[in-house]
Design a protein around this ligand. Structure first.
Ligand code: BEZ
Ligand code: FE
Length: 299
């Protein structure tokens, strides 16, 4: 029978535990880097508070070490299981939130994710970033402005997404480049391009993080989304996505990336409806507007 630890700790026991915390924290007192000292002492404070709150058993401690070891073993140059762990614990999203402070109407940031790739092809305004990726065509348009409403010409917009089968090009392992591109805003701050309508897909869940999700009854699915990174001189770089209104995964995104302000209407048009640029599309297509507001650099 497993004994449930008694959470009411007698004073003598509490004194021993608190003495240990004080000694571990004091071991960093002479750290010459004040920020490192602050980080380590706060880490010790919160880590010990967790251990004491849950009255961690030695068996649970061993299981935790085994889990972290497995996370390390599966991590290599291409797979970063520690970031995935941070993502699924909401730590990535909290760090993004802390470091992208609300500023006027500036567009909210969200997680970067593991599927950005350097060196995407450039497309011209109205170009097609799908490069043959499977999926329903989607017309995306909007503007990039500052919080004062002034247009931001020449802003570099990187866009990337999974294809209609829920896979990024890099997951095929055949070197293809599809459903990713970069483009620049025009003199009036506007942009437009063709992509594919986002579909839901799971985060990599064949490793220890997937086992953690399974053991805790959580889903690995991400809400359907299209990634953006927007850069312009004198503005804070924005890393974000837009999500599809009506997607049933909006409330259970595996990495807590959804913000209400980023949920957009992807309006579906019947086959045969004329497209904004006269392109002939075989079946249905969707249209979404995303007006991006950049915060000034340094806020
Ligand atoms: C993604 O957006 O593709 C993603 C983000 C975080 C973890 C895994 C995947
Ligand atoms: Fe993604």
């Amino acid at each position: 029978m497993t004994l449930v630890p008694d959470r009411a700790v007698p004073p003598e026991q509490a004194a021993r535990e608190e003495d240990l915390i004080a000694r571990v924290r004091a071991s960093f007192d002479s750290c010459r880097d004040p920020r490192l000292k602050e980080l380590m002492q706060a880490l010790v404070k919160h880590l010990h508070a967790f251990l004491r709150e849950v009255r961690l058993t030695e068996e649970e401690w061993s299981r935790a070490i085994e889990f972290l070891t497995a996370v390390g073993h599966v991590t290599d140059d291409r797979r970063q299981e520690f970031i995935l762990l941070s993502d699924t614990l909401g730590a990535s999203m909290q760090t993004v939130t802390i470091n992208n402070e609300a500023h006027g109407d500036a567009t909210e940031a969200t997680v970067f994710g593991p599927f950005f790739a350097e060196g995407s092809p450039r497309i011209e305004p109205g170009g097609d970033m799908s490069f043959g990726a499977a999926g329903e065509p989607c017309w995306v348009e909007g503007t990039v402005t500052g919080v004062d409403g002034d247009p931001v010409p020449g802003a570099r917009i990187e866009v990337w997404e999974a294809d209609g089968d829920g896979l990024y090009d890099v997951q095929y392992g055949d070197g293809r480049v599809a459903a990713r591109a970069h483009l620049f805003t025009g003199a009036d701050g506007s942009y437009r391009f063709w992509g594919v309508t986002p579909t839901p897909y799971p985060i990599p869940h064949d490793g220890p993080v997937g086992r953690m999700l399974e053991a805790t009854g959580r889903s690995p699915m991400r809400a359907s989304h299209l990634h953006f990174m927007v850069e312009a001189p004198s503005y804070r770089t924005l890393v974000t996505h837009i999500f599809v209104r009506g997607d049933e995964l909006l409330d259970s995104d595996a990495v807590f990336g959804v913000r209400e302000s980023l949920v957009k209407d992807f309006e579906r048009r019947p086959a045969g409806t004329p497209t904004p640029d006269g392109r002939v599309v075989d079946g249905t297509w969707t249209k979404v507007r995303f007006d991006i507001v950049l915060a000034p650099a340094g806020v």
